[in-house]
Write a protein that binds this ligand. Structure first.
Ligand SMILES: C[S@@+](CC[C@H](N)C(=O)[O-])C[C@H]1O[C@@H](n2cnc3c(N)ncnc32)[C@H](O)[C@@H]1O
Length: 282
């Protein structure tokens, strides 16, 4: 990214720098998804690359299923990273018209290089800002946003844009770190410490949207809540499994210092990992 790039995301820079250095199996996993994992039975999560890869796929599927994504639809994945969720849909469904949108052209390059159409699906990867979607009104059946909304310049503008591009009856499905009321109080005191720890690796992150704020936002922008699901427990192996896999592969888990913050906040119940899905209402 050039210095003019509107978002600075050091963790993405680090992944891109690591990719050429790691062996093929790890590269396949790191260049597909950039999100936490979902373990159906977290108590028995294996500390292996296969377990991490499977958990990444599971999270993509859980979010897509919550938004009722099905074969034959036109689906937009906002903040698509390396296109892992598009690849997951391509593997499982047929006759899909898939569009991945990202603000970072480097990630889109990886996504395009990785994508191999199957089952009559097609995909394109488009550069753009999720808060100014470069698409026509009423042009998608489903919109997804996995673990990226906290980077967007405005959740309100994003919801308004999604409302515009969705066909009536469409859905928006996303996953986000949702703070508890106590976390919001704590943040008033500890904001600079938490922000500097997180910001050093993750760039600008807005974790101020409680479930109540999300409900208000949905009402104001013309959506009806469809799913509000707390999957924190299913995601908790992410940090220890990722750290172990990195160490096993001779890598320093670059984000360890930073990644431990959301891990600990989740374990303490201060932030909840939630899948939120909304129905577009007329
Ligand atoms: C944690 S990554 C998640 C990537 C992908 N959704 C996944 O789950 O693998 C966050 C993503 O949001 C993208 N992003 C950040 N701000 C954005 C914006 N304003 N518009 C579009 N994408 C954005 C980043 O480039 C990055 O790919």
């Amino acid at each position: 990214m050039s210095d003019n790039t509107p978002v600075k995301l050091p963790y993405i820079d680090q992944v891109l720098a690591d990719l050429p250095e790691v062996d093929l199996e790890l590269r396949k996993v790191l260049s597909r998804h950039i999100h936490w994992g979902y373990w159906e039975n977290p108590a028995v999560a294996a500390y292996t690359l296969e377990s991490l890869a499977m958990a990444h796929e599971q999270l993509s599927q859980q979010v897509a299923d919550s938004g009722q994504v099905q074969s034959g639809q036109r689906v937009l994945d906002c903040g698509c990273g390396f296109g892992g969720t598009i690849a997951n849909l391509n593997d499982r469904l047929h006759d899909m018209d898939l569009v991945g949108l990202n603000i970072d052209p480097r990630q889109l390059e990886v996504a395009r290089a990785n994508f191999e159409a199957q089952h009559g699906n097609r995909a394109e990867f488009v550069e753009g800002d999720a808060c100014a979607l470069p698409f026509d009104d009423n042009s998608f059946d489903r919109v997804l946003a996995l673990e990226c909304i906290f980077h967007f310049p405005s959740r309100q503008r994003f919801f308004q844009e999604v409302k515009r591009v969705l066909r009536p009856g469409g859905t928006l499905s996303l996953c986000d770190f949702v703070p508890s009321t106590f976390m919001l109080v704590l943040d008033k005191v500890l904001k600079s410490i938490i922000q500097s720890k997180i910001g050093a690796n993750y760039g600008a992150v807005d974790y101020s949207y409680s479930i109540h704020k999300y409900r208000d936002l949905a009402r104001e922008t013309g959506f009806l809540p469809l799913v509000e699901r707390d999957i924190t427990a299913n995601t908790l192996p992410t940090y220890p499994v990722t750290a172990r896999v990195f160490n096993q592969n001779g890598l320093t888990y670059h984000s360890q210092d930073s990644a431990i913050v959301p891990d600990r906040l989740s374990r303490l119940g201060l932030i909840r990992y939630m899948i939120l899905a909304y129905h577009h209402i007329q």
